[in-house]
Design a protein around this ligand. Structure first.
Ligand code: URA
Length: 478
């Protein structure tokens, strides 16, 4: 007796597991099942609806393997998996071992599927399309080697939860609308508009391209040519390769320049990028208005609003945190959430009105990852900090504090260009990239994160002491 099993594209793993369990519970041998064969198979019956009496042994490792292999593009993957399951259940050899031919085949298939998913995560490029509602909409075309759209899409659902998007592949299409992910039939390459992100990719790629380190084989294996047509940055490759030899020669002819400390390179770049405040942004009000429109980095996309600094326009002490948190993002004011409360308590305990200081952040937008209904804080990266230095530079130039208190590593890096660990620096006064003194201290959220009450109190005392020192220095010569 032969059986024919036909499984859907979407949700195929659960469907296959259910069918395989029923088949093995009736001890139906692999050679009697045709998986996803042509319709109307002569003489083939559907599998029995109910389970038989035999309870199969299924090791966890096999389930893991099957979860990947099922997305492989070879048509007989379902049959291979059932054969392995049959052999495991009948204790015939070691179908999970790489020395077993079937085991080895399945492992290579698993590896290939994982690699394909990884490539999808790296090489899908969304383009913005028009949206009727409040959510932004994006679309991408991608050609995976296997049927990996379904297992690869949760990655995008986690990261782009606040947008609607669609990925079209030749076999299937993933649609993420209002937070729900669904799969449908595939399509052909849609006409997608160019958008500004293409320029960004191209600029980034030109930047990281080092003509002296071209390894064509490694490059092709990391970014196989089949993906190039969908990657805006790759259209630059032929020209960059053509120019590479001349660029290497120019680098060589220029000779070796004296090594410079990383921090001074950063500070040169920073000075070069400092705003020319007197020209068109001459007041904190104009600066704030301009910052509300900021699109220098991607953080503005997900954040509710720019959180600009607040306080006295001529404050002699400026306090710089990392970035607004969840609460600050919603309220539009710095230091109003739990960490802000700690800071404000310490300021009050020092006998100072917070309104007499300038409170601000290194980065003016909240960076987070959505997790269900929560928005989990993420540290800004160096690029985001560098983009936001434009605004911090303006605040420093316009408020002209005598001293700045940097809370935590991001603020210290933004102000000094130095990324040494906090433990080495806390309590010290360093010279900021703007030329003024910067006292480095703990961030109040670090105090809140410390589990040990003794350690938390010690860190709070440190911050209180650093605040006192900064206040004292800010009053010197008054
Ligand atoms: N953490 C910061 O660094 N800044 C704020 O405004 C709030 C929390």
């Amino acid at each position: 007796m032969s059986y024919a099993v036909s499984l859907p594209e979407s949700g195929i793993f659960d469907a296959w597991r259910d069918a395989a369990r029923r088949a093995i519970s009736h001890r139906i041998a692999p050679e009697h099942i045709v998986w996803n064969g042509p319709g109307g198979l002569f003489d083939a019956a559907p599998l029995p609806d109910v389970a038989g009496s035999h309870a199969a042994r299924v090791p966890k490792a096999f389930v893991e393997l099957a979860r990947s292999v099922i997305w492989h593009s070879v048509p007989d993957r379902l049959a291979l998996l059932y054969r392995a399951l049959w052999r495991l259940d009948s204790c015939e050899g070691e179908p999970l071992s790489p020395v077993d031919p079937l085991g080895r085949t399945l492992m290579l298939m698993q590896k290939s599927v994982r690699r394909d998913i990884h490539k999808m995560h790296a090489f899908v490029r969304f383009r913005e399309v028009s949206a009727a509602g409040p959510r932004r909409r994006f679309a991408a075309w991608f050609e995976p080697s296997h049927n990996t759209l379904e297992p690869g899409s949760t990655f995008f659902a986690d990261r782009f939860a606040d947008m609607d998007w669609m990925i079209v592949t030749p076999r299937s299409t993933a649609r993420f609308v209002d937070g729900a992910l669904a799969f449908g039939p595939g399509g052909s390459k849609p006409e997608l508009p160019d958008d500004a992100t293409e320029e960004l990719w191209a600029a980034y790629f030109t930047h990281i391209f080092n003509p002296a380190r071209i390894k064509l084989n490694a490059m092709r294996s990391e970014m196989p040519k089949k993906y190039w047509s969908n990657l805006p940055e790759t259209r630059l490759i032929p020209q960059m390769l053509a120019d590479a030899e001349a660029r290497v020669k120019r680098m060589h002819d220029a000779g070796v320049s004296a090594p410079r400390a990383g921090a001074s390179i950063v500070s040169d770049r920073y000075r070069a990028s400092l705003p020319q405040p007197a020209v068109h942004i001459a007041t904190l009000e104009v600066a704030r208005e301009a910052a509300l429109q900021c699109r220098r980095c991607g953080l503005c996309e997900a954040a509710t609003q720019t959180v600009w600094g607040e306080g006295a326009r001529d404050a002699s002490l400026m306090i710089v945190g990392e970035q607004p948190g969840d609460r600050e993002d919603l309220e539009g004011r710095p230091f109003t959430g739990p960490a802000g409360q700690v800071l404000r308590e310490l300021i009050a305990a020092a006998g100072v009105d917070a309104k007499a200081l300038w409170l601000t952040n290194a980065v003016k937008h909240f960076k987070f990852s959505p997790r269900g209904k929560k928005r989990l804080h993420r540290n800004p990266d160096r690029g985001e900090i560098a983009h936001c230095r434009w605004w911090l530079g303006l605040e420093l130039a316009l408020v002209k504090p005598r001293i700045t208190l940097a809370l935590g590593a991001s603020a210290a890096f933004a102000l000094t260009g130095d990324s040494r660990p906090m433990a080495e620096r806390r309590g010290g006064v360093e010279t900021g990239l703007h030329g003024g003194p910067v006292l480095v201290s703990w961030h109040p959220s670090y105090i809140l994160r410390l589990r040990d009450p003794g350690e938390s109190k010690a860190a709070r005392d440190d911050l209180a002491k650093d605040l006192e020192t900064a206040l004292l220095k800010s009053r010197v010569g008054e």
